[in-house]
Ligand binder design. Structure first.
Ligand code: S3P
Length: 440
């Protein structure tokens, strides 16, 4: 089977109701929390993708039994907060997942045996010093390749001390790893964190763990005490706004189309895309809002939008749209005027350097951009129709690059050859199947 796809036609108009897979961040956190719980935790609508399967393989290696059942259901047989049991010289492979690679280190700060952490080509280029630095202060020891990257080894400590940590990147992965390490440490760990997604904190609250959060305008103070017991956690994972983003943008850019995406997580730390696209004139509504175990969810209703306004994107929305900028850039490509996005250096720290790739894809489409290390200006063209051949390859198998390119091809026309189709398996294996249903 070839691992690339060719798209030569725009999508036909559609009017459909769809569901997308479970949220990746919440799925991985459910697996990790359940691995520490006492008793059998059950999940429904768990995302069964390579990133989440890597988390499941990891906890299995740490001695925890897991049963994956049909229809995205899963059972984790937790043995309590100190229930990990594993052989010496263990190697954990986080594969493509920054979330798994970073969060698991927080849970391993007390490991009595050395553990090696490895990842795939993309993860091995990413910065792990950002998380080993604070975890060292607890008392764990690390050895990193090139002082910054995977593979690394961790030697835990039985005498951990609580830390004070100032998180300045707006990284939920760093914040969450420190919360996990604080849960293993006597005393109070204090985190001052720039705003970022808060699924870990919401799960702590739902589970009644000794973790408190005080919100201020631009930051939060989180206090974490040692956790003695975690109750089993039955949970239905809401659908992923980051996966929904590709269909939201496809609908906006298509002609005379309508779409409803059911039961999507609309946590306020995640729905920056909705605010940004609405500012650009998009027709998006959130219906049937509900709260489930601390997380908000809703059905998202989208309609095609013919007149798109350029935007000066408020930096205050950056963290809540961090995984969605590539597709947002496609909307800016069709806007009437120049859009500007600033303070986005973190985008180049993802599975691939996404700010650079965003510009590269737009330039291949004939859209002018002005790129710096942390910002991009996009010179929109409302009458953009592509006729040329475009080839997208060598993007470190970044799932979001692949899906963005597919949305561009189906929205703007031209003849596209897009490589590394199997990259979607890390976050959204059903992406192409759902597209086929829309295009029937
Ligand atoms: C994630 C946090 C974000 C995000 C990633 C998932 C998480 O990364 O980009 O896809 O689940 O905590 P950073 O923490 O590096 O910003």
């Amino acid at each position: 089977m070839p691992n690339s796809i060719t798209i030569t036609k725009k999508i036909k108009k559609f009017n459909k109701v769809i569901s997308v897979a479970g949220d990746k961040s919440i799925s991985i956190r459910w697996v990790l929390f359940s691995s520490l719980a006492e008793g059998v935790s059950k999940a429904k609508n768990l995302l069964i993708s390579e990133d989440v399967l890597a988390a499941i393989k990891t906890i299995r290696k740490l001695g925890i039994k897991v049963k994956i059942q049909k229809k995205n259901e899963c059972k984790v047989y937790g043995k309590g907060i100190d229930g990990y049991f594993y052989k010496k010289n263990l190697t954990i492979n986080a594969q493509n997942s920054g979330t798994l690679g970073r969060l698991i280190l927080g849970l391993l700060v007390n490991t009595p045996n050395q553990i090696k952490l490895i990842g795939d080509k993309s993860l091995s280029k990413r910065d792990f010093k950002r998380i080993t630095d604070p975890l060292k202060k607890f008392g764990a020891k690390f050895q990193l390749t090139n002082k910054k990257c995977l593979p690394l080894t961790i030697n835990g400590s039985s005498r951990l001390s609580p830390i004070k940590y100032i998180e300045t990147l707006g990284s939920a992965q760093c914040k969450s790893a420190v919360i996990f390490a604080g849960m293993r440490t006597r005393g109070t760990t204090i985190i001052k964190a720039k705003k970022s997604r808060n699924h870990t904190e919401l799960l702590c609250k739902y589970l009644n763990l000794p973790v408190s959060v005080k919100k201020y305008k631009n930051y939060e103070i989180i206090k974490v005490k040692k956790v003695k017991k975690i109750n089993k956690l039955n949970y239905t994972i809401p659908s992923d706004i980051s996966s929904s983003a590709f269909f939201i943008v496809l609908t906006i850019l298509s002609k005379n189309s309508k779409l409803v995406i059911k039961n999507v997580n609309i946590n306020s730390t995640r729905i920056g895309i909705v605010s940004i696209l609405k500012m650009m004139g998009a027709k998006i509504k959130l219906k049937n809002k509900k709260i489930y175990k601390g997380e908000k969810k809703a059905d998202i209703k989208i309609e095609s939008t013919s007149k798109i306004k350029a935007i000066n994107c408020p930096v205050s929305l950056n963290s809540s749209a961090i995984d969605e900028f590539l597709v947002i850039f496609l909307v800016a490509a069709k806007a009437n005027g120049i859009s500007s996005f600033k303070d986005l250096s973190e985008l180049n720290q993802k599975e691939s350097p996404r700010l650079k790739w965003g510009a590269k894809i737009l330039n291949m489409m004939g859209i002018k951009t002005k790129l710096t290390k942390s910002s991009i200006k996009i010179f929109g063209n409302p009458s953009l129709i592509l006729k040329k051949k475009i080839k997208i390859k060598d993007f470190l198998k970044d799932h979001r690059i692949f899906m963005t390119a597919v949305v561009a091809a189906l929205s703007f026309g031209g003849s596209w050859e897009i490589h590394d189709k199997d990259s979607i398996n890390s976050s959204f294996p059903d992406f192409l199947n759902i597209l086929r249903k829309l295009n029937k």
